[in-house]
Design a protein around this ligand. Sequence first.
Ligand code: KG4
Ligand code: ZN
Length: 365
Amino acid sequence: MPAPVSERILGIESSCDETAAAVVQDAESVLSSVVASQMSTHGKYGGVVPELASREHLRAIVPVVREALSRSGTALGELAAIAVTVGPGLVGSLLVGLTYAKSLSFATGVPLIGVNHLEGHIHAVVLETRREGHPVEYPAVALVVSGGHTHLFEVGEGFQYRLLGRTRDDAAGEAFDKVAKLLGFGYPGGPVIDALAPFGDPSAVRFSFAKMKGNARDFSFSGLKTAVLRWVEAHDMAAEIDARRARLRVSPPPAIHDWLPLTPQRTLDLLASFQQAVITQLLTRAARSAEDIRARTLIVSGGVACNAGLRAAAKSANLPYPVYFPSIALSTDNAAMIAAAAFPKLDRREFSGLDIAAQANLTLA
Ligand code: KG4
Ligand code: ZN
């Protein structure tokens, strides 16, 4: 019997503030994954500045794609497809990756496959669990939780999606970012709060749990953010916040041992309690959704899936089905997940035309 032919897909991702390219083989081997982060550009503004993001993508796209191809030892002509994020995201950022992918496809004749960024996040887990020999079983619930999204999807066999719940206001990652900014910890907020939370008491500050009218699987984080703001206003924290903001202006950027002496116990307790409230809301809604659809797997993906407290809580919840997180490198934005999501479309010969448009508000279901 002839050996099955290996197929390689080049993935390109530029929907937000990471320019990324990767080559994935046979939906499970990441031959290369290159991510150029714009953190240092946006950090000083306390969030992503769309105009700067587009400019940085333009600067990075050619070398990043070239690096991904060369690290994987792949020539353009050997590719089975070029996969690219078409949305959702910042339109100026999406356009850079999409236009470059189209021109590569046009020049080489390699087919183009447009990918939804959220489907990419889900496929980060599909790829890794497959490689590790314990593939996702369907139906699954996917919690996609990042700076821009907090969504619960039902994932059916053959990658059929149904929206089960979503945030009514801020995304969970956005809540981390806003609380960190308010308290003088800079951007992005998730990693700092995650690292400081273990030093605080998560039961010190009681945040009331948002009760949702309508879909009980929906999320809301803006009330929590406002509760932190009220707490800060009531506790005379201006001096410590100013001290941390001053530290942000000094090089090198602060690490955890720099933050600890600048963060009183009361504030560590606040951070731990805030993080706990986010985790509880995420896991409660995800578990309820999994129960509702009798899910056989729970997938958690997106930047917030890096959170150590969330990972630990998911483990200790002892849910009656496996809960899978991606490795840290594939949790935040990357292009391996975009290439991975394109494999089922390659099998179905679902190619995109060169007229495919960037869609800032693209939905998955
Ligand atoms: O998936 P991602 O890289 O980009 C988007 O598609 O948004 O996610 C970035 C988000 C940011 O809001 C960041 O604060 C959050 O993920 N994040 C975390 C952690 N690491 C990144 N949130 C909580 N804990 C973390 N360890
Ligand atoms: Zn993302």
